[in-house]
Design a protein around this ligand. Structure first.
Ligand code: GLC
Ligand code: CA
Length: 545
């Protein structure tokens, strides 16, 4: 028997500043019991894979008791695990085992809304208009002679009106699906409940929280109309997200909530952190979520909208680094997540998309700050575009025709037949089918395979952990380069690492930055210089001391 020595967690309370966090979409990561659904024990079995990949922490999407209308972002019990995913005991074992491997655990918290099956909401429905039970949510009478029109013109992010009318005549607000009623965060019981929920999970050893819809909890007093809606303009209100003022997002009072949460986090040892999924009109307003008395991070989502061009990437990077300077906290980089089309596909899909996605990974991982990886990006998975409609489960699909299921297809681990080792040996089930092309993309197929995307990520993460120039927090230095090329340097006292990305149309000669240590495509050496192909990136290092 071999006894491995667990690498303990670093004692650094600032671990999150430069961490690589791996997002686990629990339902699609690994299935331990063969029901076709990923679960906590599946994650436990794969912890060594994540340790070997070289990430620092996992962020788990919601695994709480839920009717799963919105993939678990509709929580019915915030203090328990849905039987589909396991038990609280499994969760506790997972945290212990992850910590023993040096991996931290971030859980998702969903405070803007509950499930309509949450006991508070069922009690509110039973108790009727004007009751204390209804005061915890946002119930209102409608407009019009008989209250037959919604209280205002707010629209759901998933399409359609944000209000649903009950048989007793009242309406309730749901910024997402009707099965996700919005809580009233001006109610003291709501605030007390969530402070207690934070403690519940902190007591179980979690290292941080990802706060869902962190900008949404407070709605403007009087619930005023937006004045811009599908009825009047033919364009969806959600187009204003992150661009304009909305009375249901980014209200000043939301910051009071985080000022009350921070002392709770700080009262636990070991650097417990929180990252906001927040959308705000300007970088300045987004920056207000971050600071010593509020949250540690807010996702920088601009990479998700960046196109494959030097201008677009430079703008995203410069903006995010400027934001980081405003708040004095390093930025967070995100190329993909469970809500967006995978970046292989965004960059052109197929061969081209994959080449660019590999280059983008080296670009992101060379930047200062914290990087969030989405499960499967280390395998170069594309979006699955041809899922049959009847299998799609995203509640937005029925309302808008847009579906996020294509980035949530179960991970291929091994073997010749779908679902490629997603479940235990012999299991043929997976809640969404994996395409036949994923056989070649499985973890087993890519492990130890020179040039595979998985080995590229492993190599880059290993260098990121050990190279002195990447350990330094702070800025980057842009270097002069040919049009179509991005080049920047990170420097420590006696070593420099230069990242060069060729976004242009011809191969470029790279010289003077030292030796290549990792490249997303093969380099050819010519007279001491290196030829970097199109749609590729490489890191070069040299000693400067
Ligand atoms: C966040 C989640 C998304 C979910 C929504 C409602 O945007 O990332 O998946 O549908 O919140 O909770
Ligand atoms: Ca399962």
């Amino acid at each position: 028997m071999t006894v491995s020595t667990p690498s303990p967690l670093t004692s650094d309370a600032d671990w999150w500043r430069s961490a690589v966090v791996y997002q686990v979409y629990v339902r699609s990561f690994a299935d331990s019991n063969g029901d076709g659904i990923g679960d906590l024990n599946g994650i436990r079995e794969r912890l060594p894979y994540l340790r070997d990949l070289g990430v620092d922490a996992l962020w788990l999407t919601p695994f709480y008791t839920s009717p799963m209308v919105d993939g678990g972002y509709d929580v019915a019990d915030y203090r328990d695990v849905d039987p589909m995913f396991g038990t609280l005991g499994d969760f506790e074992a997972m945290v212990t085992e992850a910590h023993a491997l040096g991996l931290r655990i971030i859980v998702d918290i969903v405070p803007n809304h509950t499930s309509d099956r949450h006991p508070w909401f069922t009690a509110a429905l039973a108790a009727g208009p004007g009751s204390a039970e209804r005061a915890r949510y946002l119930f209102a009478d409608g407009k019009g002679e008989n209250g037959e029109q919604p209280p205002n013109d707010w629209e759901s992010i998933f399409g359609g009106p944000a209000w649903t009318r009950l048989p007793d005549g009242q309406w309730y607000l749901h910024l997402f699906d009707p099965a996700q009623p919005d809580l009233n965060w001006r109610h003291p019981e709501v605030r007390a409940e969530f402070e207690d929920i934070l403690r519940f999970w902190l007591d179980r050893g979690v290292d941080g929280f990802r706060i869902d819809v962190a900008h949404g909890m407070i709605k403007a007093e009087g619930l005023p109309d937006v004045g811009f809606n599908s009825m009047t303009t033919g364009r969806r209100q959600s187009e204003l997200l992150g661009k304009g003022r909305l009375p249901y997002f980014d209200q000043d009072e939301v910051h009071d909530i985080y000022r009350s949460w921070r002392p709770i986090l700080d009262s636990y040892p070991g650097g417990r952190m929180a990252v906001a999924e927040a959308w705000a009109e300007t970088p300045q307003r987004l920056a207000r979520y971050i600071g010593p008395d509020e949250l540690h991070q807010a996702f920088s989502f601009d990479f998700l909208d960046a196109t494959w061009s030097t201008d677009s990437f430079r703008k995203v990077i410069d903006t995010a680094l400027a934001e980081a300077t405003i708040v004095g906290a390093p930025t967070t980089w995100v190329l993909s997540n469970h809500d967006r089309q995978r970046h292989v596909t965004r960059y052109g899909d197929g061969e081209v998309g994959l080449r660019r996605a590999r280059a983008a990974a080296l670009l992101m991982l060379a930047l200062p700050g914290c990087a969030y990886l989405y499960q499967g990006e280390e395998l170069g998975l594309p979006e699955v575009l041809d899922l049959p409609d009847e299998l799609r489960q995203d509640p937005a699909f029925l309302r808008t025709g847009e579906s996020r299921d294509g980035c949530r297809v179960p991970i291929p681990w091994s073997g010749e037949l779908a679902p490629y080792g997603f479940g235990p040996a012999g299991s043929e089930l997976s809640w969404l089918p994996a395409p036949a092309t994923w056989r070649a993309l499985s973890v087993a197929a890519q492990t130890d395979e020179p040039g595979s995307t998985l080995e590229l990520y492993r190599a880059a993460l290993r260098i990121r952990r050990t190279h002195p120039a990447l350990a330094v927090l702070g800025g980057i230095t842009w270097l002069e380069s040919d049009p179509g090329v991005l080049a920047f340097r990170r420097a420590a006292r006696d070593a420099a690492l230069t990242c060069v990305v060729n976004i242009g149309e011809t191969p470029v000669m790279v010289a003077g930055y030292g030796e290549p240590v990792v490249a997303s495509a093969a380099l050819t050496e010519q007279d001491g210089a290196h030829l970097l192909p199109v749609d590729a990136a490489a890191w070069f290092t040299r000693h400067t001391g």
